[in-house]
Design a protein around this ligand. Structure first.
Ligand code: HEM
Ligand code: HEM
Length: 177
């Protein structure tokens, strides 16, 4: 039995992950420049220490939040698209979401390997992963806006927290498939 709504915790974690991932992309040039300087000197400046620490800590926070979110996904499974999509479209949406989970794990694992080891392939995969995740997120945002502007359903609104959440729905005895 699947629910029709995400819980408040699921929504909050979703937006924390989105904000942290956006920060990683916005700060990527600072990170690359800091790593470049670190390769040339043995003693990092305080600024470079802050930049690299912020990038790696934020990346690890994304991993922790995604694993938590994935656990909640299993304890509170939600029908994609509010349960109103055709089976084919719902299958695509589910696969897309799983691909996003996978590429976030890829980014964190390759990031850690690139930062803490000399494995050159990890850095290459981290760079490739940035494009893969970027494409998945752009497609995901387009899908979210399509729900709002074309399908005119509540899928985006409920992720934004405008609708009653699953806890409220469950306590009032309603649920769906
Ligand atoms: C880096 C940014 C983002 C990531 C990594 C991300 C990831 C995800 C994942 C993995 C899910 C599936 C949740 C689950 O069932 O476990 C999801 C759902 C959702 N996301 Fe995002 N998201 C991001 C940004 C956004 C943005 C900017 C929007 C607004 C357009 C958005 C709107 C939604 C909506 C509406 C759902 C619910 C989809 C449904 O139930 O069919 N997301 N997101
Ligand atoms: C969701 C998590 C993450 C995202 C979205 C992300 C994103 C990025 C992006 C966009 C770049 C620039 C890549 C390029 O153009 O070559 C980058 C570089 C880098 N990131 Fe991450 N990152 C994440 C997690 C991590 C983690 C957890 C670490 C380490 C603990 C890390 C370490 C690095 C390093 C060392 C570089 C520089 C690679 C180089 O020298 O070319 N990243 N990251």
């Amino acid at each position: 039995m699947k629910n029709l709504q995400y819980t408040k915790a699921q929504c909050r974690i979703h937006w924390w992950v989105a904000a942290l991932v956006a920060g990683q992309y916005l700060g990527q040039n600072f990170m690359l420049a800091a790593m470049d300087r670190l390769d040339k000197t043995l003693t990092p400046s305080f600024t470079d220490f802050l930049i690299t620490s912020a990038h790696s800590m934020a990346g690890l926070a994304v991993l922790a939040l995604m694993l938590w979110r994935y656990r909640l996904r299993r304890s509170n499974p939600v029908a994609v698209g509010g349960g109103r999509m055709s089976p084919r479209l719902a299958g695509l949406a589910r696969a897309w979401h799983l691909a996003m989970y996978g590429s976030l794990v890829l980014m964190t694992v390759t990031g850690v390997l690139s930062y803490y080891t000399d494995i050159a392939a990890a850095t290459r995969w981290h760079e490739l992963g940035k494009w893969l995740l970027g494409i998945l997120v752009i497609g995901h945002i387009v899908a979210g806006l399509t729900h709002w502007l074309v399908f005119r359903d509540q899928v985006l609104q409920q992720m934004l927290g405008y609708c009653r959440d699953a806890d409220t729905i469950r306590s009032s005895g309603q649920s769906g498939d």
